[in-house]
Design a binder for this molecule. Structure first.
Ligand code: HEC
Length: 130
C-alpha cells in the first residue's frame, strides 16, 4: 500500500518542482524590487564626526530623563539624591545609570549609547553650585 502510494505520488512531485522554481523566481524579483525602493526611515546624522549616530547633549538628556527625580539639574535631592559632589566612582555612576536600582530608579541601558552614558558621567562630575 505504502509503496504504491509513493510511486503514484512521483509524477505529482515532478510537476511540483518547476512550480516551486517559478515561485522562487517571483520571490527573487520581489526582493530585487524591494531592495531598489528608497528607505522610508528618517535620515539620521551618520557622519563620522558624529560617531555614526549623533550623541545627544548630556545636559539635555539629564533635563528630560533624570531631572524629574534629581532636582536642580542634579544639584539638589528630589525623589533621588543630590548628584553634585557624589563620592561614587565614574564606573559606579555609569553602572547606576545602566542598571538603575529596582524600586528606586529605572535603568537606562537601552535608552542611551555608551557614549551618552559616559557624557552623563562627565556631566555629573562637572556639576558646580550655581
Ligand atoms: C524615578 C526617579 C529617578 C530617575 C528618573 C533617575 N533617578 Fe537616579 N536615583 C533615583 C533614586 C531614588 C536614587 C537613590 C537610590 C538608592 O537609594 O540607591 C538614585 C540614585 C542615582 C545615583 C547614585 C547616587 C548616589 O550617590 O548613590 C546616580 C549616579 C543617579 N541616580 C543618576 C541618574 C541619572 C544620570 C539619571 C538619568 C539618566 C537618573 N538617575 C534618573 C531616582 C531616579
Amino acid at each position: 500500500m505504502t509503496r504504491i502510494a509513493q510511486t503514484t505520488s512521483l509524477p505529482r512531485r515532478a510537476t511540483f518542482l518547476p512550480r516551486r522554481a517559478t515561485f522562487l523566481q517571483r520571490l527573487a524579483t520581489l526582493l530585487t524590487l524591494l531592495a531598489g525602493t528608497p528607505s522610508l526611515a528618517p535620515a539620521a546624522d551618520t557622519s563620522p564626526a558624529a560617531g555614526g549616530k549623533a550623541a545627544r547633549d548630556p545636559a539635555q538628556i539629564f533635563a528630560t530623563a533624570c531631572g524629574w527625580c534629581h532636582y536642580k539639574a542634579g544639584r539638589e535631592a528630589g525623589k533621588g539624591p543630590q548628584l553634585m559632589g557624589t563620592t561614587l566612582t565614574d564606573e559606579q555612576i555609569a553602572l547606576r545609570i545602566r542598571k538603575g536600582r529596582q524600586g528606586f530608579m529605572p535603568g537606562f541601558e537601552s535608552s542611551f549609547s555608551d557614549q551618552e552614558i559616559a557624557a552623563l558621567v562627565g556631566y555629573i562630575r562637572a556639576l558646580k553650585p550655581r
